[in-house]
Ligand binder design. Structure first.
Ligand code: PLP
Length: 394
C-alpha cells in the first residue's frame, strides 16, 4: 500500500461514518419526504444529520443545507447571495488565491453584469484586511474568501476581515471552509459570517456530500429548482446516507480536532525539517498561520509534476498543488498570485498528512522525496550537458 500524503485532496471514509451510513443504504431506504414509516425513518436520520452538523459549528439545525459537495455549496452561496442582493448592488470581492469553485462562479456572474474585485495577496497568500475594506463600494453586496488555502495551507486573517467590514450590514460574508473544517476551530456563535461552505470528503466523510451554513435571516436565491427539500433552498431528494456520514465524520473530527491537529503539526514539521534541509527546497505559504497537516514546498530547478509522477511509482501519493488542477500545464494561480515566478511555481509539491499517517511513513516519505529530487536534478544536469555537447559538436 502506498504512503498517502494527499489528505488535502481527499481523506479516507471513516469507519464510523460508513457504519452510520449503511442502514440508510439498506433497510432505511425511504424517501424523507414520504409520510409513511419508511419515509419518517429516513427523515429522522436526515434531521439528526442537520442537528449534528449544526452542533459541530455552533449553529442552528435550520441554518444547514446539505448539498452535493464543496463546489455546489460555494456556487449556491455566491450565486444565491449575489442574485438575491442584485436590487441593492452588484459588486463582489474575493481574492486571487481562491479555489476554482469560487473564482469560476464569480467570473460566471460577471457575464450577467456583476462586478468582481479579485484582491492580491502577500508572499504567504494572505489578504490585507485593510485593503479588503478599502475595496468596498456602495455597490458591494458580497465578500468571499477561503479560511484555509487548499494549495499552500495558509489561513486568512478572517477575524480581522470580519472586524473591518462587519459594520456594512448589507454585505454578506461567505467563508469557504472546505479545507479548514475539522482542522481549524469554527464557532459560528462567535464568528460573525453569513455563509460557510463545507465538503464531507475532506474530513473523513463521503465524497459528493457538502453542507452550506446559511445564517438565519440571510436571503439566498435557490440555484436548483424543484421540490421543497432543504427548506426550499436546495431541491431534490436528499442523499440521506451521505448526510448521515458527513455529520458523523464532522462530529468526530470536531471532537478530536485539538489532538489530531497537534499530531498532524508534529508530523508536518518533521517532514518540513527533513526536506528543507536539502538545498533548493523551500516552504511556501505562511510558516505559522497554516493548516496543521499541510506542507507545501517548492523544489528549485525541478518540475513538480514529473516529481509527483516519479514518487507515485515509488509508492508515495502526493500532489503538485490542487487535485482539481492536476493535469493542467499552467503553473498554480495561487503561487503566481503569491509572487513566485512561473519557473519556480512549476516546482511545487503539496504533502498533506491525515489521521492515519504514521511517523514511519513520514521518515520513509522524506527519504523517497530526497532521492527523487536528487535523481531528477541529476537527470536534468545530464540532459543539459548532453544538449550542450551535441550543440558544440554540431
Ligand atoms: N474549496 C476548497 C478550498 C477546496 O479545497 C475544494 C476541494 O478541493 C473545494 C472548494 C471543492 O470541494 P468539492 O471537492 O467537495 O467540490
Amino acid at each position: 500500500m502506498a504512503i498517502y500524503l494527499d489528505h488535502a485532496a481527499t481523506t479516507p471514509l471513516r469507519a464510523e461514518a460508513l457504519e452510520a451510513m449503511l442502514p440508510y443504504l439498506t433497510e432505511h431506504f425511504g424517501n424523507p419526504s414520504s409520510p409513511h414509516g419508511e419515509g419518517r425513518r429516513a427523515r429522522a436520520g436526515l434531521d439528526e444529520a442537520h442537528e449534528q452538523v449544526a452542533a459541530a459549528l455552533g449553529a442552528d439545525h435550520r441554518e444547514i443545507v446539505f448539498t452535493s459537495g464543496g463546489t455546489e455549496s460555494i456556487n449556491l452561496a455566491l450565486k444565491g447571495a449575489a442574485w438575491a442582493a442584485k436590487p441593492y448592488g452588484h459588486h463582489i470581492i474575493t481574492t486571487a488565491v481562491e479555489h476554482q469553485a469560487t473564482l469560476n462562479a464569480v467570473h460566471h456572474l460577471e457575464k450577467f453584469g456583476f462586478e468582481v474585485t479579485v484582491l492580491p495577496v502577500d508572499r504567504y497568500g494572505r489578504v490585507d484586511p485593510d485593503e479588503l475594506a478599502g475595496a468596498i463600494t456602495d455597490r458591494t453586496t458580497l465578500v468571499s474568501l477561503a479560511l484555509a488555502n487548499n494549495e499552500v495551507g495558509t489561513l486568512q486573517p478572517l477575524d480581522a476581515v470580519v472586524e473591518r467590514i462587519r459594520h456594512h450590514r448589507r454585505i454578506l460574508i461567505h467563508v469557504d471552509a472546505v479545507q479548514a473544517a475539522g482542522a481549524v476551530a469554527i464557532d459560528l456563535g462567535a464568528l460573525d459570517v453569513d455563509l460557510v461552505s463545507l465538503s464531507a470528503h475532506k474530513f473523513g466523510g463521503p465524497k459528493g456530500v457538502g453542507a452550506l451554513f446559511i445564517r438565519r435571516g440571510t436571503t439566498l436565491l435557490a440555484q436548483v429548482h424543484g421540490g421543497t427539500q432543504e427548506r426550499y433552498r436546495r431541491a431534490g431528494t436528499e442523499n440521506v446516507a451521505g448526510a448521515v456520514g458527513a455529520a458523523v465524520a464532522l462530529r468526530l473530527a470536531t471532537a478530536e480536532r485539538v489532538e489530531t491537529a497537534r499530531r498532524a503539526r508534529r508530523l508536518r514539521e518533521r517532514l518540513r525539517e527533513g526536506l528543507t534541509a536539502m538545498p533548493g527546497i523551500e516552504l511556501t505559504g505562511h510558516p505559522m498561520e497554516r493548516l496543521p497537516g499541510l506542507l507545501s514546498i517548492i523544489v528549485r530547478d525541478a518540475d513538480g509534476a514529473a516529481l509527483q509522477m516519479a514518487l507515485d511509482l515509488d509508492g508515495l501519493a502526493c500532489s503538485t498543488g490542487s487535485a482539481c488542477t492536476t493535469g493542467s500545464t499552467e503553473p498554480s494561480h495561487v503561487l503566481t498570485a503569491m509572487g513566485y515566478p512561473e519557473d519556480e511555481a512549476r516546482g511545487a509539491l503539496r504533502l498533506s498528512v491525515g489521521r492515519s499517517t504514521t511517523e514511519a511513513e513520514i521518515l520513509a516519505a522524506t527519504d523517497l522525496i530526497r532521492i527523487a529530487v536528487e535523481r531528477h536534478r541529476a537527470a536534468a544536469t545530464a540532459l543539459t550537458s548532453g544538449v550542450l555537447s551535441v550543440e558544440m559538436s554540431a
